[in-house]
Structure formats: C-alpha cells, structure tokens
Design a protein around this ligand. Structure first.
Ligand SMILES: NC(=O)c1ccc[n+]([C@@H]2O[C@H](COP(=O)([O-])OP(=O)(O)OC[C@H]3O[C@@H](n4cnc5c(N)ncnc54)[C@H](OP(=O)(O)O)[C@@H]3O)[C@@H](O)[C@H]2O)c1
Length: 315
C-alpha cells in the first residue's frame, strides 16, 4: 500500500489527510516510482482551496513533481532521455499525486536525476524551473540585457535569477532584506519591494535602463513598475497577474486565463535544466518537511515569504 496525501474537502490545510491506497501496477508506457521527495508549489493549496474551481473530484491527490527511484517499469516505458528501467533515479514532472511514497506515472514525465543532485533539490527543480525557463524565453532575455525579477527569492524567482545569470544577463531582483544576501550569492542585485519607491530604487541600480521584467508575484506594484521601466511590453511577462496583465498587454504565462501555457517549451526545458544542474550552473534551495507534516508545509508556503522550494520527504 502507498501512503498518499489527499485533500478530502475544499478548504485550508486542515482538509489534508494521509491515506493508504494501492499504488497500482504500471501499464504500457508507465512506471511505478518509489518517491524520495516531492516538490511543494502554491498551485497545490490553490487547487484544494476552492479558489480555482470546486469542480474537481474529491478526495484530491496532490503533487505535480517528485524525485525517486523507478520500482517497476511497464512495457515500452520511455522518457525524453530514452528507455526507463527499474532502479533508475528520476525526476518526475508533470505528474499527478507526487505527495505519496509510491506513485504510478507515465514514463514520458521522467528525466534522469543528475547524479550529484540530492533528492530534495531534485524534487523541487522542475515546476519552478520550467516556468522560469519559459519566462526567460518569452521575454527574450540574453547576454547584455538587464532584467528585473519581481519576487526573486521565491521558488520561481530563484530559478529565473540563476537562468538569467547563466545567459549572461544582469539581474535586479526584488525581495525582503533577509533574502538579499542569497540573491547576491547567485549573481543578482537585490532591492526591496514596497514603500512606493521601487521604480526609483531600480533606476538607481540599473543606470542604463531595464530591458525586460519577469513578475513572479502578481502585485499591482510589480506590474506598474515593470510598465514604467520596460519600454517594450512584449518583454514583460507575468506568471501571476492575469487580470491586470491582460489589460496592460503584457505576456501572461502558464495555466491562467488567456495565458500562453508554453507546453512544448516547458517540456523541452526539463533536460536543459538537468544539464545546467550537472554543470553546476543551477541549484535548488530547499526546506524539507516530513510528509506527515504536509499541513504545516502548506501553512508555511501560504505565508508567501518562503525562499526557494518547500519539499516533502518520507517520514
Ligand atoms: N503561471 C505559471 O506557470 C506559474 C508557475 C509557477 C508558479 N506560479 C504562481 O506564481 C507565484 C509564485 O510562485 P512561487 O512558487 O515562486 O511562490 P513562492 O515561492 O511562494 O514565492 C514566495 C516569494 O514571494 C516573495 N514576495 C511575497 N510578497 C511579495 C511582494 N509583495 N513583492 C515581491 N515579492 C514578494 C517573497 O519574498 P520575501 O520572502 O523576500 O518577502 C518570497 O520569496 C504563485 O502565485 C504561483 O501560484 C505560476
């Protein structure tokens, strides 16, 4: 039997339970993974909050990403990097039900885990990583650009910072002061958000202006300052400000209304991300909770002030 986290109702973290369920046998093109760690993302609590929809079936399994070992492979199990077999150490994204100690998933969701990467980091790499990759591609960030990243210390933000630095861009990132040192270590120039002076603070740092902006928080401040500083609206992307962003004519990315899902670019990004990790150009900062403490992990995430990724590990 697998130990599986489910939401039994719509609501807050109190609706989460851990139940025993048969993980099932992998069919053709599927594998069963022994999960070592699962990435936690804001979408996980948004899904069972009822804010997105209350049409989803309950109980609801959670977890779009995980890392683990292939326990059993069905016939023809093949991922983007080739055949998948029992014993392979893998990262699974995008899957359903990663918050479990065992899960059956399509092999097409699996990429090899870089050997030097720990389970916790591996489990938190993909959702944030492919989102950041998509944002940089959509805004065309490259060498010589100055890019402003809003919420630079969050899960997606830290990925966007590192990917932009790896492309040779200059990065200015917003975060609360406690996270500035980490941003500096990763090659960004930090500044605080809020207090009405963000545009002025960024101008003071940027000198020659800002070429592109990536909004990872969705506040009016992030949209307004991006519009004020970036001349080309096609080089402003948001992953969260869907209503404001649509009015403003900036690029909206992901699953929100009217947004570009970037399905193919995100799929292709998975192997690019693991290659960058193997080259030591990309790391994932994590804070781990035991799976049985999933409600506490979600309470922490819902504060909106986590840096890097929350992940769940086996008890
Ligand atoms: N569209 C998509 O494809 C997509 C994909 C992934 C995520 N998302 C969404 O994008 C958002 C970010 O995701 P995430 O995983 O990066 O979340 P996260 O890790 O929870 O983000 C937390 C970060 O947000 C920062 N923050 C909080 N309030 C802020 C403000 N007013 N201004 C600037 N920064 C602020 C915090 O900085 P401090 O701690 O320093 O205050 C913290 O580091 C969520 O809404 C998520 O659902 C969308």
């Amino acid at each position: 039997m697998a130990r599986v986290v489910v939401a039994t109702a719509f609501g807050g973290p109190e609706v989460l339970s851990i139940v025993d369920e048969d993980a099932g046998t992998p069919g053709e093109g599927e594998v069963r993974i022994a999960v070592r760690a699962a990435g936690v993302n804001p979408v996980d609590w948004k899904r069972y909050s009822g804010a997105m929809s209350t049409a989803a079936a309950l109980p609801m399994r959670l977890g779009f990403e995980a890392a683990g070992v292939v326990a059993e492979a069905g016939a023809g199990a093949e991922g983007p990097a080739g055949g998948v077999a029992a014993g392979d150490e893998v990262i699974a994204y995008r899957i359903d039900g990663g918050y479990a100690d065992e899960v059956v998933v399509p092999a097409s969701a699996l990429v090899p885990k870089p050997a030097a990467m720990g389970w916790e980091a591996a489990s938190g790499l993909m959702l944030a990583g492919v989102t950041a990759f998509h944002a940089l591609a959509a805004t065309g960030v490259g060498a010589g650009d100055t890019v402003l990243v809003h919420a630079a210390a969050g899960g997606v933000g830290l990925m966007a910072v590192q990917l932009a630095v790896a492309r040779g861009a200059r990065v200015i990132g917003t975060a609360s002061e406690g996270h500035h040192e980490r941003l500096r270590e990763l090659g960004a120039e930090p500044t605080t958000y809020g207090d009405d002076g963000l545009a002025r603070r960024v101008r003071a740092l940027a000198g020659d202006g800002v070429d592109a902006a990536i909004d990872c928080v969705g506040t009016d401040e992030a949209v307004d300052v991006s519009l004020e500083l970036v001349a080309d609206r096609g080089r402003i992307a948001s992953i969260a400000a869907f209503a404001r962003g649509r009015q403003a004519g900036i690029r909206l990315l992901g699953g929100g209304p009217g947004a570009d899902p970037g399905t193919e670019i995100r799929k292709a990004a998975r192997l690019e991300l693991t290659a960058l990790v193997a080259q030591r150009k990309l790391t994932v900062d994590t804070r781990a909770f035991a799976r049985s403490e999933v409600a506490d992990a979600h309470r922490e995430g819902r504060t909106g002030h986590v840096t890097g990724k929350l992940v769940l590990v086996n008890d």
